[in-house]
Design a protein around this ligand. Structure first.
Ligand SMILES: [Zn+2]
Length: 470
């Protein structure tokens, strides 16, 4: 006698098999629209992509689908309330714009003419992010078919933005403007990846980002190093001294207050990171670096995922031309960035860095320090019930142990967490070989199917296990 869960798995798989060809044809139609947000020529295509998706989501069953305007490219919003008024509300995030792509960049086929080669679908956007948005359409249909429901088990919302590949300049404002419509108990981001084809993983957080530019001014103009040098402060030396003082001898950031408030990495998380089949030599080759280096007492994965960092992105000042020029330069510039982890407050970091810089400069060096807009870190604890639902749903789809990763980069997911005050979960099925932003981008058709299956199992699990917790 088979268990009900086996029945659910086989019903979902059968439904997906029946509808898989049509699903791929639809996805190919969407991938043919070159929705490149970075290139003004393609603005009509980005709009066409939004309209196409809105229509497809309506056809999928979402009773509400809207194209939301921004000062840049439009986003798509869709809403499918559950008939269960007590169900949790989930917002799925993705994007419908893509990176630029041209045949001459090294593509073997037309980037906007999707083609299946072997078990892979090649096209710009196949993995980043149209494929990952699109698995939710067949996923919710399979969920309904397998459960006999006419509405999803959760209140399901989708927000698919059109400017992610251009840095999401209007995203936060868009979310703030539509906060009432976007309210959710959890956000599911489908714009990330897994460890590899053989090691399915769920990402539990992303780092935040703060960055600044520091201008240092000494004499009002470049001056003779023989007549004045050694008797006045040099801004290039001051810049170098700041850089040299940024880290201590253990490669920890030496700015007082920088580590304040950090949520510590638990022993369990460290164990889970260590269980991943990480090949440091291979990683170094990918990094094109000749050695690892970082905060003492932490592994490479801990350093890039779970520890905050300070990086010198640029340093300049004085004479850079051929030969020598014996001057005390008038100015120098530093560009610094800081990756932040859960618990760190970007405003606090900004103030700590500002005070630290001001306190270390000698008399006669004037300075300005300018911060860009910060991105907050996000992290979902391993024991969060919604995260456990994602893991169970992936487990049904992959029939394998699901492991955990984090993401060292930063993204607009943090805006959703911030504005909506909801935990962010990551459901991505892409793998490193998919070639995001690179020529010959592809998605593995088997993994795409696993994405559909995961989505199909997730909504019922969330509704059942998170009813009272949300
Ligand atoms: Zn993306």
């Amino acid at each position: 006698m088979s268990k009900p869960v086996d029945n659910a798995v086989s019903t979902v798989r059968a439904y997906i098999e029946t509808h898989h060809d049509a699903f791929l044809q639809d996805l190919a139609e969407w991938l043919r629209i070159p929705s490149v947000s970075a290139q003004p020529d393609h603005a009509p295509d980005v709009r066409r992509s939004a309209d196409w998706l809105a229509a497809k989501l309506r056809e999928t069953g979402f009773p509400t689908t809207e194209v939301w305007e921004t000062p840049g490219a439009p986003a798509v919003f869709a809403d499918w309330p559950s008939d269960d008024p007590h169900a949790p509300t989930v917002l799925v995030y993705g994007h419908h714009d893509v990176q630029p792509a041209a045949r001459e960049d090294g593509w073997n086929t037309d980037p906007f003419e999707p083609v299946v080669i072997g078990n892979r679908l090649h096209a710009r956007g196949a993995a980043d992010d149209k494929g990952q948005v699109f698995f939710h359409t067949l996923g919710v249909r399979a969920h309904l078919a397998a459960t006999g429901r006419t509405t999803p088990a959760v209140h399901l919302k989708l927000l698919v933005e059109g400017e992610e590949e251009s840095g999401s300049p209007h995203f936060r404002t868009l979310v703030e403007q539509h906060r009432d419509r976007l309210t959710a108990d959890a956000v599911i981001v489908s714009d990330t990846g897994m460890w590899s084809e053989d090691t399915p993983t769920v990402c539990t957080g992303m780092r935040g980002l703060a960055d600044c530019e520091i201008e240092l001014h000494g004499p009002d103009q470049d001056i003779h190093s023989g007549s004045f040098g050694g008797a006045v402060p040099n801004p290039a030396t001051a810049a170098a001294r700041l850089v040299a003082a940024l880290h201590d001898d253990h490669a920890r950031v030496a700015v007082p207050g920088f580590y304040d408030g950090i949520t510590p990495l638990t022993d369990r998380e460290r164990e889970l990171f260590a269980e991943l089949p990480f090949d440091e030599a291979q990683w170094l080759r990918t990094a094109k670096s000749h050695a690892t280096h970082g905060e003492a007492g932490h592994t490479t994965l801990e350093r890039i995922w779970a520890r905050p960092t300070a990086e010198v992105n640029g340093i300049g000042g004085g004479y850079q031309g051929p030969g020598g020029k014996t001057i005390v330069p008038s100015s120098a510039t530093l560009k610094l960035s800081f990756r932040l982890v859960a618990g760190q407050d970007p405003d606090h970091v900004e103030k700590a860095v500002t005070d630290w810089v001001a306190g270390r400069l000698p008399a006669g060096i004037r300075h300005t320090i300018t911060f860009g807009a910060a991105t907050r870190p996000c992290l979902t604890p391993l024991d969060h019930p919604a995260l456990q639902s994602v893991v169970r749903a992936m487990n049904l789809a992959f029939d394998q142990k699901i492991r955990f990763t984090r993401e060292g980069g930063s993204g607009p997911a943090a805006d959703l967490q911030d504005v909506l005050d909801a935990p962010v979960l990551f459901l991505g099925i892409s793998v490193p070989s998919d070639g995001w932003h690179a020529p010959n981008e592809k998605v593995e058709l088997d993994l795409l199917k696993k994405g559909v299956e995961t989505a199909a199992h997730l909504w019922g699990d969330l509704a059942e296990n998170w009813r009272d917790a949300h």
